[in-house]
Design a protein around this ligand. Structure first.
Ligand code: ZN
Length: 426
């Protein structure tokens, strides 16, 4: 997005539960191009829009030692995140955890909500197609216990065995070349309750994954148990673990840390995927190819400029302003208001955060600035990090980074919740 005329100018793993402490586990991830479709599209989103030269200074990038980086462009090896994405979705069970109900009942815990979530979040740019060529439970040859799967389990040997067994069981009915990613919906009675331990995990950009029909199963999300916090919202919100896991298949890192959701709060599904619905940060939408270059502003030059931002949930208008600090770090800002996937916003305004492309998944690559520190927040919604719920800045409020000579002033808003923001760089 351009300033306006005026002034001038590998995977990772997952979460945890309910409101208690969140422990992040980081599994080894590798990211490299593979042979097949499940492996990697190379034309993942951001690349084409980022080509605008005005935006280049804002395309921060990390180092080679970062497994999953916020940097641009997203490395190859992940699933495409624009256009039609075909998600092979298989339901599996075990002799010591036989499927409860029908496999399609399990499928419908996640669909159609997950595809609707992506359609809304991407403004229609991601056409997510879950496909179930096998509609019954796929019985694994070994017991669940025998795979040795526990929280934080690495790919080898348990998951490798499981993927190989899934491939063998499904192969007669499945052409693995037809899909962009794999969802494995495990019978919910296998393993512990999600309230105790969240096993759900994604192996993404995995160039060492088993091959099926000539393609590598490089991007696979496994969902266990049910993320039911007992608040009565499960049927409405329990699916949200899947868009979180699939976010990893598109190359997004975890934003929660060992301390929980205190870095980003409920402002991104990669931070909190329990409870009320939420969206992705504007940075993630740009990274995934869901924003036009014209919707992103890059305030790299000295001076002052004003920008108008419309709420992130709406498709039109300016969405994201970036203020790069180094080649690896940038400030970002966007307007968050209630609408679309953002259903828990209790204080609309301009959300300001910092992104560090050198910080790995689960270590806090993004930090939101709280305009009202130690206020306790404005939400009482369960599973929504309360303190950061009132983080957005409103008219009259100013954010400053004196060290880098950066000032952001929220100037005004209108009845359509558009905000005018002035960025000054000294
Ligand atoms: Zn995760």
């Amino acid at each position: 997005m351009q300033p306006q005329p005026p002034p001038r100018s590998r995977i990772r793993r997952r979460r945890v539960a309910a409101q208690s402490v969140v422990t992040a586990l980081t599994l080894a991830v590798s990211t490299s191009a593979g042979t097949g479709h499940l492996t990697a599209p190379t034309t993942a989103g951001p690349i084409n829009l980022a080509r605008s030269s005005a935006l280049v200074p804002c395309m921060i990038h990390g180092g080679l030692d970062v497994q999953m980086t916020e940097g641009l462009p997203t490395p190859s090896g992940y699933s495409r995140s624009t256009g039609t994405v075909r998600a092979l979705t298989l339901m599996v069970d075990f002799s010591d955890a036989p499927g409860q109900g029908t496999a399609m009942d399990r499928f419908h815990e996640f669909f159609p909500q997950t595809q609707e979530w992506f359609r809304t979040a991407s403004y229609g740019r991601l056409d997510y197609r879950p496909e179930t060529p096998v509609t019954g439970w796929l019985r694994m040859p070994k017991s669940f216990r025998a795979y040795g799967i526990e929280r934080g389990a690495p790919f080898d040997p348990g998951y490798r065995d499981l993927v190989q067994d899934i491939v063998a069981a499904a192969d007669p009915k499945v052409d693995f070349r037809s899909y962009d990613l794999l969802n494995v919906l495990v019978t919910p009675n296998a393993g512990p309750s999600a309230l105790d331990t969240v096993l759900s995990v994604t192996f993404a950009g995995n160039d060492d994954a088993p091959v099926a029909d000539g393609v590598r199963i490089a991007n696979a999300s496994f969902v266990y148990s049910r993320q039911d916090d007992g608040s009565g919202s499960f049927s409405r919100t329990g699916y949200r673990v899947l868009p979180h896991e699939n976010g990893h298949t598109f190359g997004l890192p975890d934003l929660y840390t060992q301390e929980g959701g205190g870095s980003v709060g409920h402002w991104d599904i990669m931070s909190e995927d329990w409870g009320a619905n939420n969206d992705l940060l504007g940075w993630h939408k740009w990274k995934l190819g869901w924003l036009d270059g014209g919707q992103v502003g890059c305030a790299a030059a000295k001076g002052s400029a004003e920008y108008t931002l419309s709420p992130l949930y709406r498709p039109d208008g300016g969405k994201l302003i970036l203020i790069p600090v180094t080649a690896r770090t940038t400030y970002a800002m966007e307007v968050r208001a209630q609408g679309g996937n953002d259903e828990a916003v209790c204080r609309p305004g301009v959300l300001i955060y910092k992104i560090d492309a050198t910080v790995d998944t689960g270590r806090g690559p993004v930090s939101v600035f709280d305009s009202h520190r130690d206020s306790g927040g404005c939400t009482r919604s369960p599973n929504v990090h309360a303190e950061l719920s009132d983080a957005p800045f409103t008219p009259g409020e100013t954010f400053k980074d004196p060290r880098h000579g950066i000032k952001v002033q929220v100037m005004s808003t209108d009845e359509d919740e558009n905000y005018v923001v002035r960025v000054t760089r000294g």
